[in-house]
Design a protein around this ligand. Structure first.
Ligand SMILES: NC(=O)c1ccc[n+]([C@@H]2O[C@H](COP(=O)([O-])OP(=O)(O)OC[C@H]3O[C@@H](n4cnc5c(N)ncnc54)[C@H](O)[C@@H]3O)[C@@H](O)[C@H]2O)c1
Length: 414
């Protein structure tokens, strides 16, 4: 299949592009490289030394014999270029990762809130409008988040996107209908994913677009068999207080002898998935595009396990001897919650989950130790506060993404 991966230079997008290419798909990456510029803004780069896009593409061609396309394009700002590209390529599937994905970053300041909404909602809407205009048969696979469901404890397993509700009609007879599961976003980032859902529902119904929305858990791990084939293919690994997700942050902390920083009581339960399962789920979603219902978005929960944050810290601590420290929670969230969710659809398509084991955790700590000299300890604490009064004045400056992108992509660009 011909597949376009929007946001294919990022943490999930890069290994997905390689996984799809290794499975015989013809892949073109589209990315504006803004994530690399946010590294500069935050002064905290990837733990792993990531190669330039041109080096990555050349390395993949060398080791696999498969060419990858690359187009530097801002999906939110360059609607006309996006439309032309889709009209030229008419991909069978578009995988859409091209959004600002850090909840803490989205809450840093008024400017970061506005950037996150402008970038994410406009990017998604541009893709939908462009597909409806020039390639309505393309299957859109979007990465959403389990966070749209909110983190209230509910006495049921979260369903996959929809809820059947019953209500009395005017005569008092019971009626029922399916609705999108009510969202309860906990940050501006999660809010954009909730807004994305409505855009998908509208364009599926109005224009007959084929859409799969994957509600993904927090991703842990770094490498896949493909990114491990050459040092130039290494995946990015975020450990900082804005982009570092909880388990990856604990693993880096353990590797450098920093206490594991648990926010609040650590009683928060969250959904997780290993990066190798992420890339496989996306392949399964892409290759099953012929199974969609007309006019209805397919929502699949992309998680394999749920864990309590304090349990994760305990696991990493007992495997590595790291100390645990409780720090004030910068987020506005419940101290404790229960969480269980269905993932029948991806299991039904053949997902064979990778479960968290001490061996896998130690392998990640080993990788982190290899690059420990690249860690900026001052970047580890999460200092984006949800509550305005605790925010520092410095955090109110505008995010500046205007610096020129890595200028050496021409070799691999098309
Ligand atoms: N990492 C996780 O734990 C996680 C969990 C759940 C869902 N997700 C979702 O998966 C997707 C990818 O996440 P990630 O961790 O790979 O993030 P990432 O920041 O590493 O990658 C996103 C990529 O999109 C690009 N991008 C952003 N805006 C763009 C635009 N307007 N035009 C073109 N490119 C743009 C960035 O440059 C970057 O390469 C996100 O939408 C995120 O919400 C991630």
């Amino acid at each position: 299949m011909r597949v376009m991966v929007l946001g294919g230079d990022g943490f999930c997008g890069w290994p997905t592009a390689l996984h799809l290419s290794a499975h015989g798909h013809d892949v073109t990456i589209v990315d504006n490289l803004v994530r690399r510029r946010i590294d500069d803004e935050l002064g905290a780069g990837s733990l792993t030394p990531i190669a330039t896009p041109a080096e990555r593409l050349a390395a993949w061609h060398e080791v696999s014999g498969n060419p990858l396309g690359f187009v530097e394009l801002d999906v939110a700002a360059d609607y006309h270029a996006l439309t032309e590209l889709l009209a030229d390529e008419r991909p069978d599937a578009v995988v859409h990762f091209a959004e600002q994905r850090a909840a803490p970053y989205s809450m840093k300041s008024p400017a970061h809130k506005r950037y996150t909404v402008d970038n994410n909602v406009t990017a998604t809407h541009n893709v939908l409008v462009a597909l409806a205009a020039v390639s309505p048969g393309t299957h859109l696979v979007h990465l959403g988040t389990m966070g749209v469901y909110g983190y209230e404890s509910v006495p049921a397993d979260l369903p996959e996107g929809y809820l059947t509700v019953t209500y009395p009609d005017r005569e008092g007879r019971p009626r029922s209908r399916e609705i999108l599961y009510p969202t309860r976003p906990g940050s501006v980032y999660h809010l954009t994913k909730s807004l994305d859902q409505l855009l998908f529902a509208f364009y599926a119904r109005n224009d007959g677009l084929h859409v799969t929305d994957l509600h993904q858990g927090i991703v842990w791990g770094t490498q896949t068999p493909q990114t491990g084939r050459d040092p130039r293919l290494i995946n990015r690994f975020d450990y900082d207080g804005d982009f570092g997700t909880v388990l990856n942050r604990f693993l880096v902390e353990a590797a450098i002898g920093h206490p594991l920083t648990v926010h609040g009581t650590g009683g928060q339960t969250r959904a997780f998935i290993n990066i190798n399962d992420t890339v496989e789920c996306i392949r399964l979603a892409v290759e099953s595009g012929d199974r969609l219902d007309d006019g209805r978005v397919r929502v699949m929960n992309q998680l394999t396990q749920t864990h309590r944050v304090s349990d994760l810290a305990g696991l990493v601590s007992s495997a590595t001897g790291a100390a645990i420290v409780r720090v004030a929670n910068p987020r506005d969230e419940a101290d404790e919650n229960a969480l269980a969710a269905r993932n029948d659809q991806l299991l039904g398509l053949g997902l064979d989950p990778i479960l968290l084991t001490e061996d896998l955790l130690l392998a990640e700590v080993g990788l982190a130790r290899r690059y420990a000299d690249r860690v900026r300890r001052s970047a580890i604490p999460a200092v984006s506060y949800w509550n305005d009064s605790r925010r520092t004045a410095a955090a109110t400056t505008e995010p500046d993404h205007s610096a020129p992108a890595a200028s050496d992509i021409a070799g691999g660009a098309r």
